[in-house]
Design a protein around this ligand. Structure first.
Ligand SMILES: *[C@@H]1O[C@H](CO)[C@@H](O)[C@H](O)[C@H]1NC(C)=O
Ligand SMILES: *[C@@H]1O[C@H](CO)[C@@H](O)[C@H](O)[C@H]1NC(C)=O
Ligand SMILES: *[C@@H]1O[C@H](CO)[C@@H](O)[C@H](O)[C@H]1NC(C)=O
Ligand SMILES: *[C@@H]1O[C@H](CO)[C@@H](O)[C@H](O)[C@H]1NC(C)=O
Ligand SMILES: *[C@@H]1O[C@H](CO)[C@@H](O)[C@H](O)[C@H]1NC(C)=O
Ligand SMILES: *[C@@H]1O[C@H](CO)[C@@H](O)[C@H](O)[C@H]1NC(C)=O
Ligand SMILES: *[C@@H]1O[C@H](CO)[C@@H](O)[C@H](O)[C@H]1NC(C)=O
Ligand SMILES: *[C@@H]1O[C@H](CO)[C@@H](O)[C@H](O)[C@H]1NC(C)=O
Ligand SMILES: *[C@@H]1O[C@H](CO)[C@@H](O)[C@H](O)[C@H]1NC(C)=O
Ligand SMILES: *[C@@H]1O[C@H](CO)[C@@H](O)[C@H](O)[C@H]1NC(C)=O
Ligand SMILES: *[C@@H]1O[C@H](CO)[C@@H](O)[C@H](O)[C@H]1NC(C)=O
Ligand SMILES: *[C@@H]1O[C@H](CO)[C@@H](O)[C@H](O)[C@H]1NC(C)=O
Length: 413
């Protein structure tokens, strides 16, 4: 309580100091400490962040009502680390090393990349990188030689890593990720990954902007946020588990050729609203990249909820053997009645595997679906409906045991 109240007071004080006109507000980044915002405000704030100034520059919003001055502003600023948790970082054990990142300098590292660089090469111990609240404006890469890293944030609406690379600026979509992980056994908990490049206009080329790329095997994500527009989450390769995550985007916003199970995730489309009566489809939730029938990859969504704006496909056949299954998922009417796209290549109708099983909501009405969709029965659905799809019984329980908070359960619906 004390910590949160101090931070809020700080924010208020900073606002009072920096308010220059009725319409423009500058918020120093450090004032974003420990604020847990709603997802929309969080996206809005991060999109206004300028790395050149280290400040948020944006239109005056609902912050306005907080414009009163705090008498002891200077003193509070001086004691910004006073409430820093005393038990962070915990001492090294036989199995775990903890490194601490705080952008205000309250512990050893001020950037996430510096902590990543300091982890042992090919370490068999788990390195927990504990990241304090705030938005870390940096591009982060974890090379293959750094396995067993955990990013531990303070909540997906409190801690985020953001950058603004695009396909054009990064030498291709695949390298545009704000955070890119090439190593195995990566874990992220309670943290967000954002790409804050300008949202592309229809037809723009080279504006794809990945927030996160996972190209290592046996990765898991618990309570994480992924914020972007086109190509938000590059679920590239390997076996992955996503639980209780928030994933926002517009076109192909979960794409790649991984074998992944998503449980209890929110998939939020930010494609522009389509006026009633127009047939336009302007988004796709997934674009899976399976290239042959011998490849055991695919995206499975269990108990997801799909909402937001625009009119969107559940998936596009990015590659001929694209495989995506939605089970027990609620869908609003943003899902186009046909549901799926073969990207105008009818040959792919024979080779894709697009399945739906026990979904609900206005968007789940299958009466106008494309003919090649699979209406899965219980037997057909069962191989996809638990963690054995990603061999999770072999690795997921083991890696998860190294989390700070062991208080979770994996359901076997
Ligand atoms: C940690 O390793 C040391 C040295 O190998 C050993 O003596 C100790 O028992 C180990 N502790 C635990 C908790 O496993
Ligand atoms: C972090 O800082 C503390 C105190 O300065 C120091 O004892 C510790 O070794 C540092 N840890 C790392 C991983 O740099
Ligand atoms: C890891 O390897 C790289 C490249 O070989 C080297 O530059 C770096 O110092 C090593 N880091 C550690 C922590 O050993
Ligand atoms: C570390 O990674 C290696 C291979 O990437 C894996 O075999 C090992 O089990 C991992 N250790 C921990 C503690 O996760
Ligand atoms: C990222 O932001 C910086 C600072 O605002 C800007 O100079 C740069 O052009 C942006 N990059 C892209 C690809 O939008
Ligand atoms: C990307 O680069 C191409 C070629 O230079 C250019 O035509 C296009 O406008 C650029 N896209 C964006 C979003 O800047
Ligand atoms: C389904 O997901 C919601 C959160 O989106 C969660 O509250 C609920 O417990 C989940 N149901 C099951 C059966 O896991
Ligand atoms: C799924 O739906 C089918 C009918 O489409 C029904 O027979 C089955 O009982 C449902 N399964 C579950 C677990 O709800
Ligand atoms: C599903 O869509 C069809 C065609 O639009 C419509 O006739 C039917 O009433 C819908 N079913 C439900 C349960 O809404
Ligand atoms: C499910 O569908 C498959 C393929 O059409 C069929 O062989 C099987 O008998 C069905 N199983 C059930 C339980 O309906
Ligand atoms: C997962 O599903 C498979 C296929 O239906 C089944 O053989 C296995 O027992 C299930 N595993 C768990 C852990 O429930
Ligand atoms: C993650 O956040 C949730 C919700 O805020 C909280 O209940 C949980 O304890 C957190 N877990 C970790 C490991 O940070």
């Amino acid at each position: 309580m004390g910590f949160k109240a101090t931070c809020l007071a700080l924010l208020i004080a900073v606002l009072a100091v920096f308010t220059s006109t009725d319409f423009t507000v500058l918020i120093s980044l450090s004032s974003l400490r420990d604020l847990s915002l709603d997802a929309e405000t969080f996206t809005y704030l991060s999109r206004g962040l300028s790395p050149l100034f280290g400040q948020y520059v944006g239109r005056h919003h609902h912050w306005r009502r907080h414009h009163h001055k705090y008498p002891d502003d200077g003193q509070r600023t001086a004691s910004i680390c006073d409430n820093f948790p005393p038990d962070i970082p915990p001492p090294e054990t036989n199995t775990t090393v903890t490194l601490c990142v705080d952008r205000n300098g309250c512990c050893n590292f001020t950037t996430v990349q510096a902590a990543v660089d300091a982890t042992g090469n090919y370490s068999q111990k788990r390195t927990v990188i504990w990241i304090n609240s705030g938005i870390y404006y940096e591009k982060v890469t974890i090379l293959r030689m750094k396995p067993n890293i955990t990013f531990q944030g303070q909540g997906y609406l409190s801690t985020a890593i953001a950058w603004n690379g695009t396909a054009n600026s990064s030498g291709g979509t695949f390298y545009s990720g704000s955070v890119q992980v090439f190593s195995n056994n990566f874990i992220a908990r309670n943290i967000s990954f954002m790409n804050v490049a300008p949202i592309p206009n229809p037809g723009d080329k080279g504006a794809q902007a990945v927030a996160f790329r996972i190209a290592g095997d046996q990765a898991s994500f618990w309570g994480c946020g992924f914020f972007g527009a086109q190509d938000t989450l590059h679920d590239d390769s390997g076996r992955h588990y996503f639980r209780d995550c928030y994933i926002q985007g517009s076109i192909d916003f979960i794409f790649g050729d991984a074998r992944s199970l998503y449980e209890n995730c929110q998939l939020i489309s930010i494609a522009p609203p389509v006026p009633p009566g127009q047939k336009l489809i302007n988004g796709a939730v997934t674009a899976h990249g399976r290239t042959s029938k011998d490849e055991n990859t695919g995206f499975v969504f269990m108990n997801a909820s799909i909402g937001g704006t625009g009119r969107t496909w559940l998936g596009r056949a990015w590659r001929p053997f694209s495989r995506v299954i939605f089970a027990f998922t609620t869908m609003t009417d943003i899902i186009a009645p046909e549901g799926w796209s073969d990207i105008n290549d009818p040959a792919r109708d024979q080779t894709v595997f697009f399945g739906e099983y026990n979904c609900s909501g206005a968007g789940a009405n299958m009466s106008l679906r494309v003919p090649y969709v699979q209406r899965l029965n219980d037997t057909q659905a069962s191989p996809f409906l638990n963690m054995s799809f990603i061999d999770g019984d072999h690795w997921l329980m083991t890696t998860s045991r190294h989390n700070i908070d062991a208080n979770f359960s994996i359901s076997n619906q």
